[in-house]
Write a protein that binds this ligand. Structure first.
Ligand SMILES: CC(C)(COP(=O)(O)OP(=O)(O)OC[C@H]1O[C@@H](n2cnc3c(N)ncnc32)[C@H](O)[C@@H]1OP(=O)(O)O)[C@@H](O)C(=O)NCCC(=O)NCCS
Length: 188
């Protein structure tokens, strides 16, 4: 397994493989999360060509088996509140050392892919004395991903702490039927 770090992907064949890996990982996740976790292809391409977003590609021979993306340019990632990090992590923020991990995806076929990607990101974060931030949906939390990640990280480096810093709850309000109302007749 080899992990390559890139600012952009120049070859169309690699972009194509990256999209295939990403789309198959996130199509399934999206069926179980309220928040959309999957970029459209044009958004994915924009992200791929944004040199502020580092791409880590895990290769097994000619096959792309894993990918993660990370940026210290927080404005490059949608829906990240830059003032939050400025306020709560002023020292790291001033050094441009808050690293946001946009996503991790593997083909689930090779047991060391996920660890290799984590190791590559850790090296960069630690080299900069930075902090790493990412979000977990309740769905991946139920699958035990934070604990599995924590174990892998602490096998690789002394981990100080992993602190949940924020959370979002989606609420669905459901109503009792009024039998006089015929569903589907309101044009609005
Ligand atoms: C999450 C993911 C990166 C893990 O990679 P992997 O190659 O499966 O890694 P491992 O086999 O070492 O599994 C590590 C842990 O990940 C979790 N996990 C595995 N598949 C998962 C999935 N489809 N969704 C959520 N969590 C998963 C489990 O807790 C697992 O631990 P376990 O094997 O003890 O049950 C990979 O399954 C994936 O790409 N999932 C879809 C995209 C995603 O949810 N990304 C994370 C949020 S950005």
């Amino acid at each position: 397994m080899v992990v390559a770090e890139k600012e952009t992907l120049l070859q169309w064949e690699t972009v194509h493989q990256a999209w295939g890996l990403y789309a198959s990982a996130f199509t399934e996740l999206n069926r179980n999360t309220v928040q959309n976790h999957m970029m459209e292809f044009d958004e994915f391409l924009t992200m791929i060509h944004n040199q502020h977003i580092k791409k880590f590609l895990a290769w097994q021979g000619e096959d792309l088996v894993g990918m993660t993306v990370m940026t210290r340019h927080l404005r490059s990632w949608p829906l990240i509140s830059v003032p939050y990090f400025e306020k709560h992590y002023p020292e790291e923020f001033a050094r441009n050392a808050v690293f946001y991990i946009g996503f991790v995806a593997t083909d689930n076929k090779h047991h060391d892919t996920f660890s290799s990607l984590i190791e590559a990101m850790l090296n960069r974060i630690r080299h900069n004395r930075g902090i790493g931030v990412l979000d977990y949906s309740a769905q991946v939390m139920r699958r035990g991903l934070p604990a599995a990640s924590m174990k892998k990280i602490s096998d690789l480096a002394p981990l100080d702490k992993a602190t949940p810093i924020d959370a979002q709850t989606y609420v669905a309000y459901t109503f009792e039927w009024d039998r006089e109302v015929v569903p589907g007749t309101d044009a609005g």
